[in-house]
Design a binder for this molecule. Structure first.
Ligand code: FAD
Length: 300
């Protein structure tokens, strides 16, 4: 099913994001976890696309396995960094043949082991060009792919000015993106302001809020690296500082994220996207706190 059809049928969507594990041993554990999460009836799940090499193939394998062996709708992330046209076309053709209907189209960042990667050898410089490219391809059954893009409530570190950033996001939507999924944030005011600014800029597609619960002090550092530009509020930092163990941090993180989600739901968010980092216990806890199972099936 296309994500746009899921948005059309549901008042609010709930989705989970995973990444393909590098080690074979972790593969079956993750898949068992995903199968278990089916019970929460997420609207869809998505799988990230790595910076290079074998992890890229693993994204394909995980997405196709989810599609074939579960009842979940799977979205594949796809980045244009370090890819030429032929490679991107081959990926889309394989997805079409496997029944994968939805792509989250991204620029990506050069891999850490190739910080000086020459981007002039890539087919596309920006995600918007990738959106246009995907639009030209027939997905499963000859239907176009469903396409989503990324948005940054607190700004993308590469953009020199926030007005220009919204122009760039609008261009991605005008090129064919059907929804926006945001970078993680800890203060909902940033999301509401971003949503308003999108509205003013004429971006009318659904905007999903990206939520990632803090699960440990180490994970907080990882999150800060992943989301350069997202502010971690002092109140959250203080609460984490008071914790003695990682279990305490995880409780604080789940509590904070639950409050964010309640507030988002009360403010008519169209979707909540959980960055699970492949550890679904926190997501499960938040889900249980919200009592959302089945309410996500409400008609708009
Ligand atoms: P773009 O939309 O191309 O924007 C990148 C920068 O260029 C921005 O500053 C933008 O304002 C500017 N820009 C855009 N278009 C133009 C233009 N026409 N002219 C001038 N400037 C322009 N990374 C991965 O590697 N794999 C993943 O699976 C992955 N999943 C993600 C999922 C979500 C929901 C999010 C929010 C991010 C994800 N990322 C992922 C990270 C993302 O790839 C990086 O943040 C990347 O730096 C930006 O990607 P983008 O698609 O927003 O790029």
């Amino acid at each position: 099913m296309h994500i746009r059809d899921i948005f059309a049928a549901h008042k609010t969507t709930f989705s989970f994001e995973f990444f393909p594990p590098k080690k074979d041993e972790a593969w079956d554990d993750l898949f068992a976890e995903i199968v278990c999460l089916q019970g929460l009836e997420p609207s869809f799940v998505s799988v990230t696309y790595g910076a290079g090499g074998s992890t890229r193939e693993r994204t394909h394998d995980l997405v196709v396995r989810i599609q074939k062996e579960t009842k979940l709708t799977a979205v594949s992330h796809l980045t244009c960094v370090c890819h030429n046209r032929e490679e991107l076309a081959a990926i889309l053709e394989r997805y079409a043949a496997s029944g994968i209907e939805n792509i989250l189209a991204l620029r990506g960042d050069p891999p850490r082991d190739k910080p000086n990667h020459d981007r002039s050898t890539d087919a596309f410089r920006y995600a918007g060009e990738l959106v246009r490219f995907i639009r030209e391809y027939a997905g499963p059954g000859g239907r176009p792919f469903g396409i989503g893009v990324a948005g940054f409530p607190e700004g993308h570190p590469d953009t020199p000015n926030r007005l220009k950033e919204l122009d760039n996001l609008k261009a991605k939507v005008d090129s064919g993106a059907e929804y926006v999924c945001t970078q993680l944030f800890f203060d909902n005011h940033h999301f509401y302001d971003f949503r308003d600014r999108c509205d003013l800029a004429g971006i009318k597609v659904p905007i999903m809020a990206g939520i990632m619960p803090v699960t440990s002090k180490k994970n907080l550092i990882h999150m800060a690296e992943l989301s350069a530009g997202s502010n971690i509020p002092a109140a959250l930092l203080r609460a984490i500082e008071r914790c003695e163990t990682d279990d305490d941090v995880a409780r604080v993180g789940a509590h904070w994220a639950t409050n964010q989600c309640f507030d988002l739901l009360n403010n008519h968010v169209r979707g909540i996207h959980f960055y699970t980092l492949n550890r679904s216990d926190a997501t499960r806890e938040i889900y249980a706190n919200l009592g959302v199972k089945n309410s996500s099936r409400l008609r708009p």
